[in-house]
Write a protein of this length. Structure first.
Length: 319
């Protein structure tokens, strides 16, 4: 038989399979029978390369088939599909079921997500004590997000006895893996001496690290340190720069602080129009201190200043 004839014969066979309702997924699954990893690979590939919703649905079906056969990566993937509503209807209860299945089979990311769902009460009744258990399981295996969330529970005393030392331990674990929120929270505990002796210099280093990574809250905290000269050399100009970096991210406390710097001419040239423009941006964010300050300030400003500031705030908001 020639090569051309062989290709024709294969095509005819495939056409017959399709006619009988044994389309690609059916014969792929049959070929991979008792090989869940192969079923999963094909399903995951269909999802990642899907050119239509139908392919995504079929890929999800294959992933679910592999998950039901006990293949752990498929169970984790299926849970994320149910969380996102990708290829399946969004269903947090089903997501929890499959995260739990994967976690009980030893998946560390799944253990974290089980904890997160229990913490949020998503797809299951909220249970912070249960969340702490699953976070601990994942954190002990080096999962940074789990360490951070566990630190939050210990700091608040939610589901576990309040323990600043354990909170700091878990924040430090997560910070060591590059978690910037954990770095910032550890800085706050270090500055306040919670769970450890006060150490302003160490706190400042942590604030700087988080600020350099772009965290608005840390940038605002560093601004205050530089204005006050606490554990760092006083530098109003640098303080204003960090405050602006946070303000342009839409962080209302930084916007209000920057307004005060322009109002005082501290670290920047005094500019009442620019000061009020930044205050208006904080007001737009619904920041209560800004709203209260605006009520007392606006009547004291000229109409021209107010109009110029409103126009400038529009420009600043677009950047």
């Amino acid at each position: 038989m020639t090569s051309k004839a062989k290709r024709f014969a294969v095509a005819i066979c495939l056409a017959v399979l399709v006619t009988l309702g044994l389309g690609p997924s059916a014969w792929l699954t049959a070929a991979a029978k008792e090989r869940p990893e192969e079923i999963y690979r094909k399903g995951a590939s269909m999802i990642s390369e899907a050119t239509s919703p139908a392919f995504q649905v079929e890929g999800a079906r294959l992933v679910e088939e592999a998950a039901r056969l006990g293949f752990r990566p498929a169970q984790l993937h299926l849970a994320t599909l149910y969380t996102k509503g990708a290829g399946v209807a969004q269903d947090f209860e089903q997501a929890h079921r499959w995260f739990l299945e994967a976690a009980e089979r030893g998946s560390i990311p799944a253990a974290y997500y089980v904890g997160l769902q229990l913490d949020l009460g998503r797809g299951v009744a909220r249970d912070s004590r249960g969340a702490a258990k699953w976070y601990t399981r994942a954190a002990d295996k080096g999962h940074a997000d789990a360490s951070f969330q566990l630190g939050l529970l210990y700091e608040k005393g939610d589901g576990v006895p309040q323990d600043f030392k354990k909170a700091a331990l878990n924040y430090r674990r997560a910070a060591g893996k590059g978690d910037i929120s954990a770095t910032y929270n550890l800085a706050l505990l270090t500055e306040a001496g919670r769970g450890m002796p006060k150490d302003p210099a160490a706190a400042a280093k942590l604030f700087i690290k988080a600020a350099q990574a772009g965290m608005a809250e840390a940038q605002t905290a560093l601004c205050e340190l530089l204005l006050e000269g606490k554990s760092v050399e006083r530098d109003p100009k640098s303080a204003a720069g960090w405050c602006r970096a946070a303000a342009v991210q839409g962080y209302a406390p930084a916007q209000m602080r920057l307004a005060s710097l322009f109002g005082q001419g501290l670290g920047v040239a005094k500019d009442i129009v620019r000061a009020y423009a930044w205050l208006l941006l904080a007001v737009r964010r619904g920041y209560p201190p800004a709203l209260q300050f605006q009520r007392g300030l606006e009547p004291k400003l000229s109409r021209q200043t107010v109009e110029q500031a409103k126009a400038l705030s529009e420009t600043l908001a677009e950047k």
